[in-house]
Write a protein that binds this ligand. Structure first.
Ligand SMILES: [Zn+2]
Ligand SMILES: [Zn+2]
Length: 292
């Protein structure tokens, strides 16, 4: 019985030769005899490639969760869904649950295959199959805040809860808290450092936090300053993780994208300057944290 938390992409909208778009795979391996549970949180560019690197085929996924409707978190979802369908030779894959806050994320998920209708029609006629990609799209009401995270998914011993985060003007935006028998994880999605994240992440074993080094952007041209409006400053992340006494902090969605280990060390220095002494990982694609 183990739980693996695998970062499927540490990227962001800034293109990279090495970093896939944002995403986290949680894989729970129950005691012998029961099937593993695979949950994907966000699906940025190249998510399918990184899932294969994590030994998870699109057909293995039990559900996909979106934190918010920003293209860098969603562009890989079409690829994931189409690949799952194309590779399903028997046409009997169960509908893939796609779970996200009500609003534009749901609207995106419902319409994302419209642009592929001709492709789907040709493939169906060519192969004689009659089914379309099977999706079960569920939007949940934005959990109220103040308030505890709200359950949005349960399968066996795995429970996923959602809680508000602060990413305005993108609204709604949520983070997720995942419980398995091996421990508890939180994934912030994109957010400012805020009380909402403190509530989401209270008591977790592993906290996956988006990270932007504000100090790197002291002299932004005016047309770029918007980036500081709605992301998490590494200096503040460290302070919050210290207050929360977080055992293991994992940084992802790294801005600016690190080019080498020296760049990664600057993220570490920002966090450590707060006095945070817990375990700290500046993630790379396929960084894997094992619980249990
Ligand atoms: Zn993002
Ligand atoms: Zn965003």
């Amino acid at each position: 019985m183990t739980t693996e938390l695998i970062i499927t992409g540490v990227g962001c909208p800034i293109p990279s030769a090495t970093s896939a778009g944002p995403g986290v795979l949680v894989r729970y391996r129950p005691p012998a005899g029961d099937e593993s549970i695979h949950l994907q949180f966000d699906a940025g560019r190249s998510t399918v490639m990184r899932l294969m690197g994590a030994d998870c085929r699109p057909s293995d996924l039990d559900a996909v969760f979106l934190t918010h409707h920003h293209s860098d978190h969603c562009t890989g979802l079409q690829d994931l869904v189409l690949t799952r369908w194309v590779m399903d030779r028997r046409g009997d894959s169960p509908a893939l649950p796609i779970i996200c806050p009500e609003g534009s994320a749901v609207s995106f998920a419902e319409r994302m295959l419209d642009a592929w209708d001709n492709d789907l029609a040709v493939r169906k006629e060519h192969t004689g199959r009659t089914d379309d990609p099977a999706l079960a799209i569920t939007g949940f009401p934005l959990p109220p805040y103040p308030g505890e995270p709200v359950e949005v998914y349960r399968r066996g011993d795995v429970v996923v809860r959602a809680g508000q985060v602060r990413h305005e003007p993108v609204y709604p935006a949520v983070g997720y808290r995942i419980d398995t028998p091996d421990g508890t994880m939180a994934i912030t999605g994109d957010t400012l450092v805020c009380d909402e994240v403190a509530t989401l992440a209270a008591g977790v074993d592993v906290l996956v936090y988006e990270a932007l080094r504000f100090s790197e952007f002291d002299e932004l041209p005016p047309w770029r300053t918007f980036i500081l409006d709605y992301h998490a400053d590494t200096a503040l992340i460290g302070k919050q993780a210290l207050e929360l006494d977080t055992p293991h902090l994992v940084l992802t969605h790294l801005i600016p994208p690190p080019a080498d280990e020296a760049d990664e060390a600057r993220f570490v220095d920002d966090i450590r300057a707060s006095g945070f002494e817990g375990e700290l990982t500046v993630a790379r694609d396929l960084t894997t944290i094992v619980l249990g």
